[in-house]
Design a protein around this ligand. Structure first.
Ligand code: LLP
Length: 418
C-alpha cells in the first residue's frame, strides 16, 4: 500500500498535488512519501515481533539523508556497504550499534572506521577478509564483531544481475568451506564471532529459495555448536520483492511467518536487510514531456528525465508504471517513453499503451524509491534530480537539484602543455 492517489483525476502524494511540486521545485524530481516509508517499515518490523530481531535498512536502495533520517527516527538499523554509506547513516541519526557492514571488498580504512564507531557486525565474505579484519582490529586494539556471509547455493529465481546466492557468484563463502572458515575466525584473537549471514538475491517473488537457504544456514549453526562455536544471530539479508507490474510477491507478514516456521526454538536473534520492500513503492520520479515525435510510424514521448536519473529499465529491462499526473481523456496507443540521453538504451518504456500527451505534460514513474536516485549519475553532464519528501500536506526539499557548477565541482582545466 502506498500514499500516491488520484484526487479529481490528478495524482497526489499524501496531501500534496504532484503538479504543485513540479511547479515549485521543477523536474525531474524524486518524490517520496513519508507515510509510505513509515508504513512499510512498521509492517516489516511488526512481522518479526515474535522473535528478537534487528531490521537493517539496505542503504544502497536509497541513501538520501532525508529518507535515512525518517527510518532512523523509527528506530531502524542499517545495512551498509561502504564508508560513504556509514557516514550518511551517522549523519542521518542512525545508531552505530544497529549497523551491519556488508560487501565483498572493504578497504582497510573502511573497516577501521566501522570498528572505531562500533558497528554491530562486519559481514565478512572470505577467509582472506577474515585475516584483514583481524589485522585492522589488532592494530586499533579492538575486537571486531563478525559474521560470515555464507553462500547457500540456492537459485533465487530472479534477474541474473541481482541473484547472488549461487555457488558460482562472487559473494560469500561456499557452504562446503563454511565450517573451516569459522574455525579460522575462532582462532583469530582480533575477532568475535556473532553471526551467520546470507543474501541470496533481490526482488524475490517466491519464499522457497530463501526458506531453503535458511534451512542450510540453520544446519550450519547446529554443526558449529558441535565445534564449540556459538552464534548469536542469523542474518537472512534482504531481497523481498515488490509489485512493479503483475507480480504478486509475498507480504512481509507471509515472509516472516514462513521463515519463523523454520527457526524452531533456537534462541537466535534474526537480522534482516530489506531495501526495496521498504522504499520501492514509496517514491516516484516526476518528469515533464519535452516533445513527442513519430519515426516510421512509431510514437516517441521524450521526457526530461533519462537513464542517468533512473537506470533500471535500461540495465535490467525493468518495468515501471508510468502515468500522466493530470488525467488524460484519450485512447491508449503504443508509445516509447524515452529520455534525452544519447543511447538507444535510454528508455523508460517500450510499446507501452499510453494516452495522448503533449509537450509540457507531467508524468510520474512509479516504484522508483529503491535503486532510483541511488543509482543515478551525471552521464551526459546532466545535473542529478532534486528530491522531495512529502509529509502530510507539506513537503521538504531533501536534496537540491544539482547546478552546472556542482557538475564540475573539483575539476580543473589542464595547464598548458610543457
Ligand atoms: N543485503 C545485501 C547484502 C544486498 O546485497 C542487498 C541488495 C540487500 C541487502 C537489499 O536487497 P533488497 O531488499 O533491496 O532486495 N539495483 C538492483 C538491486 C540490487 C540489489 C543489490 N543488493 C535493482 O535495481 O533491482
Amino acid at each position: 500500500m502506498d500514499h500516491f492517489t488520484r484526487r479529481d483525476g490528478e495524482l497526489w502524494c499524501e496531501d500534496v498535488a504532484l503538479s504543485r511540486i513540479a511547479r515549485e521545485v521543477g523536474t525531474p524530481t524524486y518524490v517520496y512519501s513519508r507515510a509510505t516509508l513509515t508504513r512499510h517499515y512498521r509492517v516489516f518490523e511488526e512481522a518479526w515481533s515474535p522473535v528478537e530481531h534487528l531490521i537493517c535498512f539496505a542503504v544502497k536502495a536509497c541513501s538520501s539523508l532525508g529518507v535515512l533520517s525518517v527510518l532512523a527516527r523509527l528506530g531502524s538499523g542499517f545495512d551498509i556497504v561502504s564508508v560513504g554509506e556509514l557516514e550518511r547513516v551517522l549523519r542521518a541519526g542512525g545508531q552505530p550499534q544497529r549497523i551491519v557492514f556488508s560487501g565483498v571488498g572493504k578497504r582497510d580504512d573502511e573497516i577501521a572506521r566501522a570498528l572505531e564507531v562500533g558497528v554491530h557486525c562486519i559481514n565478512v565474505e572470505s577467509v582472506e577478509e577474515l585475516t584483514i579484519v583481524h589485522e585492522v582490529a589488532t592494530r586499533l586494539g579492538r575486537i571486531a564483531p563478525i559474521s560470515l556471509r555464507i553462500n547457500p547455493d540456492v537459485d533465487a529465481g530472479t534477474h541474473p544481475y541481482i541473484s547472488t546466492g549461487l555457488r558460482t557468484s562472487k559473494f560469500g563463502i561456499a557452504m562446503a568451506d563454511a565450517r573451516r572458515a569459522y574455525g579460522v575466525a575462532a582462532s583469530l584473537a582480533g575477532l568475535r564471532i556473532v553471526g551467520v549471514d546470507c543474501h541470496i538475491g533481490s526482488q524475490l517473488q517466491d519464499l522457497a529459495p530463501i526458506a531453503e537457504a535458511m534451512r542450510r544456514l540453520l544446519a550450519l549453526v547446529d554443526e558449529l555448536a558441535t565445534d564449540g562455536i556459538t552464534v548469536e544471530h542469523l542474518d537472512l539479508g534482504g531481497g523481498l520483492g515488490i509489485r512493479y507490474d503483475q507480480e504478486v510477491p509475498p507480504s512481509p507478514a507471509e515472509y516472516a511467518r514462513h521463515l519463523l516456521g523454520e527457526l524452531g526454538d533456537r534462541p537466535l536473534r534474526i537480522v534482516l536487510e530489506p531495501g526495496r520492500v521498504i522504499a520501492g513503492n514509496a517514491g516516484v520520479l516526476l518528469m515533464q514531456v519535452l516533445l513527442t515525435k513519430h519515426n516510421e510510424g512509431k510514437r516517441f514521448v521524450v521526457v526530461d528525465a533519462g537513464m542517468n536519473d533512473a537506470i533500471r529499465p535500461a540495465l535490467y529491462g525493468a518495468h515501471h508504471g508510468i502515468e500522466p499526473v493530470a488525467a488524460v481523456d484519450s485512447e491508449l496507443s503504443p508509445a516509447d517513453i524515452v529520455g534525452p540521453v544519447c543511447e538507444s538504451g535510454d528508455f523508460f518504456a517500450r510499446d507501452r499503451a499510453f494516452p495522448h500527451v503533449t509537450r509540457g505534460a507531467l508524468l510520474a514513474m512509479r516504484s522508483v524509491g529503491a535503486y532510483g536516485f541511488a543509482m543515478s549519475s551525471q552521464y551526459n553532464s546532466r545535473p542529478r534530480a532534486a528530491e522531495v519528501l512529502v509529509d502530510g500536506d507539506r513537503y521538504h526539499v531533501i536534496r537540491a537539484r544539482e547546478s552546472v557548477d556542482d557538475l564540475m565541482k573539483g575539476e580543473t582545466v589542464a595547464p598548458e602543455a610543457v
